[in-house]
Design a protein around this ligand. Structure first.
Ligand code: SPV
Ligand code: MG
Length: 297
C-alpha cells in the first residue's frame, strides 16, 4: 500500500519537495529556469519546465540592484513565496551564502520550509557575496565552515523535509578541480542532498571532468550559463541530474522591453508596438483573471 494512502483511501497530492525528490531520482534531467516574481515563475511553469529557480541575480535585478547580498533575506523570502503561491511546480530558492553564519542559515531554512519551498541552495563564497560572473576576485569560506552551515540547515529542519543544495564556487574562484571535488564531498557528508558545481568557463570541459570524478551518491547540479553549447542530455549522461537555466527569462525581458520602448519612443503611437507585445487578455489569463472579466486589447 502506498505510504501516502490516507484513511479515506484517497491519495493526497505529493508535496512539492516530494515531487522534486521524485524528479531527481527519475530517469530524465530535471530542468529549472530562473524567475524573480509570481509572473515570471508562472511563465516558467507554462513553458513546461520542472522547477523554478528563485534566482538571486534575477531578484536583485528586479529591484534594480546588483546581485551583491544587498537584497535582504525577507525580500528573497517574499519573492520566493510569491513564486510558490501561484505555481504548482517546486521552487528552488537561491539563498546566496545563507544570509550570514550557521545561525542565519538555520533561521532562513526554517522560514523557507514553513511556507513549503521545496529546495534551498547556499554557496561557499564569503558574505557579502558578489555574482559569480562579476569581474572581481572571489573569496571562499573555509570548507569546514561552510560544512557547518549545511549541518546547521539540516539540524534546523528536523523532521521537516527540504532539498538542500550545496554550491561550490571553487572553480569560479580559480581553486581548481581537486578543491572543488574535496568541497563537494565534504558538503555531501555534511548533509547536502545535491551539489552544484558552478563554472564560468566558456566550455563545459571542467564541469564534465568534475562529474567524471564525482564518486559520491549525491546528485550534481549544473548552471550552463557560459558553457551553453552543452546539451542538457550530455550533462545528464555525465552525471548531472538538475540543470538550471538561471537567467535567460530575465535577459529576454530586458531585451524585449528595451526594443519595444525604443520603437514606441521613435514612433510616438501605441499602435506601433501592438503587434510585438502580449495582449491585455493574455496577461489577464496569466494573472488568473476570471474569463468573464477578460477584455480583448
Ligand atoms: C543566480 O541566478 O542568481 C545564480 C546563478 O546564482 S549565477 O548568476 O550564475 O551566479
Ligand atoms: Mg545567485
Amino acid at each position: 500500500m502506498s505510504e501516502r494512502l490516507s484513511r479515506g483511501g484517497q491519495v493526497p497530492p505529493a508535496s512539492k519537495v516530494d515531487r522534486l525528490r521524485d524528479l531527481l531520482a527519475g530517469p530524465s534531467p530535471v530542468r529549472a529556469v530562473g524567475a524573480h516574481d509570481g509572473l515570471t515563475a508562472k511563465l516558467v511553469e507554462q513553458a513546461g519546465f520542472d522547477a523554478v529557480w528563485a534566482s538571486s541575480f534575477e531578484i536583485s535585478a528586479s529591484h534594480g540592484l546588483p546581485d551583491a547580498s544587498l537584497v535582504t533575506m525577507t525580500q528573497y523570502l517574499d519573492a520566493a513565496t510569491a513564486m510558490d503561491e501561484v505555481t504548482d511546480i517546486p521552487v528552488i530558492a537561491d539563498c546566496d551564502t545563507g544570509f550570514g553564519g550557521p545561525m542565519n542559515v538555520a533561521y532562513a531554512v526554517q522560514r523557507y520550509a514553513r511556507i513549503g519551498i521545496a529546495a534551498m541552495c547556499i554557496e561557499d563564497k564569503l558574505f557579502p557575496k558578489i555574482n559569480s560572473f562579476a569581474d572581481i576576485a572571489q573569496d571562499l569560506l573555509p570548507a569546514e565552515d561552510f560544512a557547518l552551515k549545511i549541518k546547521a540547515a539540516r539540524e534546523a529542519l528536523g523532521d521537516e523535509d527540504m532539498v538542500l543544495i550545496a554550491r561550490t564556487e571553487s572553480l569560479i574562484a580559480g581553486h581548481g578541480l581537486e578543491e572543488a571535488l574535496g568541497r563537494g564531498r565534504l558538503y555531501a557528508s555534511a548533509g547536502a542532498d545535491a551539489v552544484l558545481v558552478h563554472s564560468k568557463s566558456r566550455r563545459p570541459d571542467e564541469v564534465l571532468e568534475f562529474a567524471s570524478k564525482w564518486d559520491v551518491d549525491v546528485p550534481l547540479v549544473a548552471v550552463p550559463t557560459t558553457y551553453g553549447t552543452v546539451s542538457e542530455q550530455e550533462l545528464h549522461e555525465s552525471g548531472f541530474r538538475l540543470v538550471i537555466y538561471a537567467n535567460q527569462g530575465l535577459r529576454a525581458a530586458v531585451r524585449g522591453v528595451q526594443e519595444v520602448l525604443r520603437e514606441l519612443n521613435a514612433a510616438g503611437t501605441a499602435r506601433s508596438v501592438d503587434e510585438r507585445i502580449a495582449s491585455m487578455s493574455e496577461v489577464f489569463a496569466l494573472q488568473g483573471m476570471p474569463s468573464g472579466y477578460r477584455t480583448t486589447p
